[in-house]
Design a protein around this ligand. Structure first.
Ligand code: ADP
Length: 314
């Protein structure tokens, strides 16, 4: 039987090559072999975004990004979370099976607390909603970056908790993490992240690419600038890469220029594809609407079983 995959990205700002290599590329590669659901996690974005125009723009942009990187609406279901109310409904039921101390161990919550950020209930319960996202679709595999590993453990725990408390309804999913790109580093060597200002945007202009590559932190004294090499390794085969760095030991400018050329060669065609979809915004919205309908069909079937299992069906 064909296996099922689900993953998603939050529509908060522009995706970067860390999101792409860590997760999004896997959606594209695997869509041929798996029943694939790709979600725009707009209710997750609401945890941090309360600007109507911004959220609306970001979610349309992300949909265009998905199509531009090669997600094929004939092969996979692309939908936004807010079109399938079963996600938040199931999250409520899971909330009632989850304890506060258990969720207090979640990294995202602990980080926010440690930084003295205001923690809304949405942020606190984020892993529960993510569990609902996944478990609704009997998912086998969830392609993610390593920063999301704990969320998959929580999803499995939610499935077990429900299945043992009521009856067997949920399948336990596994994460798909590609080791080489589990954590793509940013231009400062830390994890590439929208919140660290250290990204190379996936659809960057040539100017942005140049500016960001020139800003890559290099540790003077070493032959190979490791932050430059790490980003270069994403787009250049290892043999060619090692030969280039061997031939240009210590020549940071030459190596950065080579990285700029390679990034432009990689990103420019993606930008072109994106532009073509931007000009078909009505089609883009229609694909998203249809995806929502299809996802809802599967999710509502599952929710019927959940409601029966907990005893609210007449
Ligand atoms: P999330 O809150 O799910 O992490 P994001 O939109 O920030 O949402 O990330 C989308 C995907 O990209 C996730 O699967 C995440 O693990 C992955 N990701 C983000 N940053 C990186 C990185 N620097 N390296 C590898 N994967 C990453």
């Amino acid at each position: 039987m064909q296996k099922t995959l689900l993953s998603g990205v939050k529509p908060t700002g522009r995706p970067h090559i860390g999101n792409y290599f860590g997760a999004m590329k896997q959606f594209v590669d695997l869509q041929h072999d798996y029943k694939t659901y790709v979600m725009i996690a707009d209710y997750h974005a609401l945890i941090s975004t309360h600007n109507k125009e911004q959220l609306h723009q970001d979610l349309l942009d992300l949909m265009i990004d998905y199509l531009a990187i090669g997600l094929d609406p004939e092969k996979c279901v692309i939908f936004k979370q807010s079109d399938v109310s079963e996600h938040t409904e199931l999250a409520w039921i899971f909330n009632c099976l989850t304890t506060m101390p258990y969720l207090m161990r979640a990294h995202a919550y602990k980080d926010a607390e440690a930084k003295g950020k205001e923690v809304n209930v949405g942020l606190f319960g984020y892993p529960v909603l993510m569990g609902a996202d996944i478990l609704l679709y009997d998912v086998d595999t969830v392609p993610i970056g390593i920063d999301n590993k704990q969320h998959l453990e929580i999803a499995r725990e939610l499935a077990r908790k429900f299945n043992t408390t009521f009856t067997e309804v949920f399948k336990e999913p596994t994460e798909a993490i590609v080791p080489e790109v589990a954590t793509v580093p940013g231009i400062d060597g830390q994890k590439m992240s929208k919140s660290y200002n250290n990204t190379i945007p996936l659809f960057a202009s040539d100017e942005e690419i140049k500016k960001q590559v020139m800003a890559i932190v290099t540790d003077s004294g070493s032959d190979i600038p490791k932050n430059v090499y790490a980003i270069h390794a994403l787009i250049k085969p290892k043999e060619e890469l090692d030969a280039l760095y061997e031939a240009n030991k210590g020549k940071y400018k030459v190596l950065k220029d080579a990285l700029i050329d390679d990034l432009i060669a990689f990103i420019a065609p993606l930008r072109e594809k994106r532009k073509a979809w931007e000009n078909r915004i009505d089609d883009v919205k229609e694909i998203l609407r249809k995806g929502g309908e299809e996802a809802k069909k599967t999710a509502s079937e599952k929710m019927k079983k959940v409601r029966e299992a907990i005893g609210v069906t007449l």
